[in-house]
Design a protein around this ligand. Structure first.
Ligand code: G3P
Length: 217
């Protein structure tokens, strides 16, 4: 399963990239606001840092302007994936932009039917928002499973990019279901290696080692 980092925080991306934990990056208007950076500048920096797909989101809501913005974002670097919302205008923009050879990430997906029409529109990635469905007491992971089944039934090539990931449980469950990608905040990715029994066991090893009076170097 690929890990994309869901942030526009360049130092945080760089730290995880050094560990081999970054197969791509996703941003959105809220993450750009949080970064305090210019979208074109920070996206260019991220594309230079991470060879994998880097999602940058359009903010227009009508297809012609979405297409124009998408072309502008795609011109930043070859690894740009243009992010469009799951609306009919977004799907029209998706069809045109993928037809021109650009990667497109269709975002704000909350139903299996939305994922179905995104695949038919040629989306490179579909971004179902797991956490936001959980927030309204629906099971976001059920949506990932539904989309996996539907895409496999018809051999759709659109990659499931599970988004709005809030916990390490979301990550492992998405892996069990067979999502192609999870995009998660740096904090969630860092938490994947943590376990209290590992800390406890290491602590005991070091205490016992100290009692041997030995050194390796
Ligand atoms: O990629 C989408 C993600 O940034 C949304 O996450 O936690 O705001 O639902 P969240």
């Amino acid at each position: 399963m690929k890990f994309f980092v869901d942030t526009a925080d360049v130092p945080a991306i760089a730290e995880l990239a050094e560990l081999g934990m970054v197969d791509g990056v996703t941003t959105n208007p809220s993450l750009i606001l949080k970064s305090g950076r210019d979208i074109l500048e920070v996206t260019r920096e991220i594309c230079a840092l991470v060879p994998g797909p880097v999602s940058a989101e359009v903010v227009a809501t009508e297809a012609p302007a979405m297409i124009a913005e998408g072309r502008r974002l795609a011109a930043i670097a070859p690894n740009i994936a243009v992010k469009v919302p799951l609306t009919w205008d977004g799907l029209r923009a998706c069809k045109v932009l993928t037809g021109e050879g650009h990667m497109v990430n269709v975002t704000l997906c909350f139903s299996a039917n939305q994922a179905l029409v995104a695949a038919k529109a040629g989306a490179t990635f579909i971004s179902p928002f797991v956490g936001r469905l959980d927030d309204i007491n629906l099971d976001g992971l059920d949506l990932i499973a539904d989309i996996r089944t539907i895409y496999d039934n018809y051999d759709f090539q659109t990659q499931i990019l599970a988004a709005s990931i809030r916990s390490v449980n979301h990550v492992s469950q998405c892996a069990r279901i067979g999502a192609d990608v999870v995009t998660a905040p740096p904090s969630v990715i860092k938490a994947l290696a943590s376990h209290p029994l590992t800390d406890k066991g290491l602590d005991q090893f070091l205490k016992d080692w100290a009692k041997t009076g030995q050194k390796i170097l």
